[in-house]
Design a protein around this ligand. Structure first.
Ligand code: R1P
Ligand code: URA
Length: 294
């Protein structure tokens, strides 16, 4: 008989109240449908549509509310900014679902979560002006997170990865860490995006300024990055937007067996050099759409 893997206290840290280390959520408080948002303040906005609430937990930048929306049990969690936080959130959500906190062993059958990130992004094409809802069919990670996991090559679209690096002409420091290209769950994309969202390739960056080709006072290593990103084409698809979390969400979900995609509202169009800072009400429209479709 195969022995089960045991996860010692140093690897899976469980708080005294039985909750997982960073999120402070207990296993029974997690729903199968999970909405991820960057901004902790956006959690209350999502939960303001819930019919019932069963828990409301705040820990660092991770704010979690579980409740119901039209009979569906949903957990909404804030991740803060960046793929480093996604590593924490995805691993801890998966542990809550798939590790027995009593025995510290993996459960016998996989509990598959459905994860939809609702975020904001920068639009990279003339057809993605401020206010556009973009659903990520593919995410390209400039953040390097997935490179630390076995199976990274098995889940990455390697031809797409190579085509992008050739197109950018990046060598040395600029392609370190190596970008990875991961697909969102197809069924979830169809259900969430339907016919009324722009579908595209999202680049998730390890920063908001230089990594997204924004130059303030520090000159960029590749001043032509965004022109090249905008003109890249692969099998008829273009890069539509920049944000900072979708690659790690899609990549870790593929490795863990969960369904995931990201939908973002464009708040700055980089081609037109326009930004919308009054987007807080508009994102509520995107939240309602996702709550209906998740
Ligand atoms: C940067 O301003 C932040 O906004 C975007 C980026 O991914 C990054 O987290 O998403 P959120 O609006 O979800 O935070
Ligand atoms: N979020 C990003 O990461 N980039 C933008 O340009 C806007 C929002």
């Amino acid at each position: 008989m195969q022995t089960k893997t045991y996860f010692p206290p140093s690897e899976l840290i469980i708080n005294e109240d039985g909750s997982v280390f960073h999120l402070h959520v207990r296993p029974e408080q997690l729903a199968d449908k999970v909405i991820l948002v960057g901004d902790p303040g956006r959690v209350n906005l999502v939960a303001s549509h819930f019919d019932t609430k069963e828990c409301d937990i705040q820990s660092r930048e991770f704010h979690t509310i579980t409740g119901t929306y039209q009979g569906k049990r949903i957990t909404v969690v804030s991740t803060g900014i960046g793929c480093d936080n996604i590593d924490i959130v995805l691993n801890e959500l998966d542990a809550l679902a798939n590790i027995d906190f009593g025995t510290r062993e993996e459960k016998d059958s996989l509990r598959q979560l459905e994860l939809v990130r609702i975020g904001t992004c920068g639009g990279l094409q003339p057809y993605t002006p401020a206010g556009t809802f973009v659903c990520s069919e593919i995410s390209i990670g400039f953040d390097g997170l997935l490179n630390f996991y076995e199976g990274r090559n098995a889940v990455s679209d390697l031809p797409l990865e190579r085509a992008l690096l050739n197109h950018l002409g990046w060598t040395g420091n600029l392609c370190s860490p190596t970008p990875y290209a991961v697909h969102a769950n197809h069924e979830l994309v169809e259900r969430i995006a339907r016919n009324d969202m722009v579908r595209g390739i999202t680049v998730a960056c390890g920063g908001f300024f230089g990594p997204q080709g924004r130059r303030l006072r520090i000159p960029l290593a590749d001043p032509h990055q965004n022109e090249k990103i905008e003109s890249f084409e692969y099998k008829g698809q273009h890069i539509t937007n920049y944000e900072m979390e979708s690659s790690a969400i899609a990549g870790l979900s593929l490795l863990l067996g969960h369904k995931a995609t990201t939908v973002c509202m464009v708040i700055a169009n980089r081609v037109k050099q326009e930004a919308n800072t009054g987007y807080k009400n508009q994102i509520d429209d995107l939240i309602r759409v996702v709550l209906e479709r998740i």
